[in-house]
Design a protein. Sequence first.
Length: 402
Amino acid sequence: MRTTDGRLFFGLALGILVTVCVPGTGFAQGGPPPPQVTVASPVARRIPQWDEYTGRFEALQRVEVRPRVSGYIAEINFVDGATVAKGDVLFTIDPRPYEIAVDQARADVARNEAQVQQAAVDFARAQELVRTAATTVRELDQRHATLDVDKAQLMSAQAALRNAELNLEWTRVTAPIGGRISDRKVDIGNLVSGTGDATLLTTIVRLDPIHFVFEAAEADYIRYTRMSVQGQRPSSRDVPNPVQVRLSDETEWTHAGRMNFVDNEVNAHSGTIRGRAILDNKDDFFAPGVFGRLRLFGGMLDAMLVPDSAIVSDQARKILLTVGPENKVVAKPVALGGMALGLRTVTGGIAADDRVIIGGLANPFVRPGATVAPVPGAITPVEVAANPVQVQAGAPAKPAAN
């Protein structure tokens, strides 16, 4: 009896399974409904295009402080890592040998001055004697030649004195620029050389303002050049176009600057061209060598805007899931740009009348080819109070909402 009941139960279960799985049976009537998704058409806008580049900060000026005379370090007059002003005395080299050289040069000048005075007196006396025929013209010429030699020796002695005074002045090593100083490379008592391979004493960098250096692709350079020729965007060689910078731990483009240099050639090996921006750094917040991201205004762009959450990754591609005829899900590969008005820029792959799925993507049954139940939604840009791009020369760029 139990065997018969078991066979009967198995047969009923198998019949139900076949009824459910075979198309055209009771699945359409008794199966689950298609998943519900929210759809909306992308927002078509003409928006400012920002090209992003990775770069690093560089000091506006960097100087290696080296002595110009040799000697022993007698004093160090700064604190490692401090801010120094131009002209501050940083090191003092033992000045005594150079003071002696100055005294000797002054003595040489005094001796030569006396010789010149005596030669001048002798020449004047010879001129009087020539008038009275008491001496010959040849003697007068000799006295004149002696005066000229003594004057030349005096000039040489004066030059030696100036050189000795200059060497004495150079025993006080001063800051050639103002900025932040590094640590000392020598200590008191060390012998430093001011000739040949001069000894490195320390370095100074000027931090305000500061440069941001980056590499732009050759394709971007060509596009910028075409826009400049067509009058759509001035060249950064001629106009300080606005830029925005953010650091690695920042999400907003809060640091504004301007372009101030574009290199004169494209690197044949990397296919890039070097650009440079300048930013204020009054609080010394930026340090040379720090990496960051820069974005540069690249003209106006006609694009579609969709929520960033609607972008789906399909291996190496980025796709948008749309609802096509008969409410079937259709995947469309897209080309993406940056963020604008709080939405992701799509530069190619979709049309203005596409129904993009913006809600319900977490449902595992929402996949290409599946039937869904679309519900109308809306994509709302985050409007800004003013135009975030100021293309005029020297105008700082305001950060766009992103």
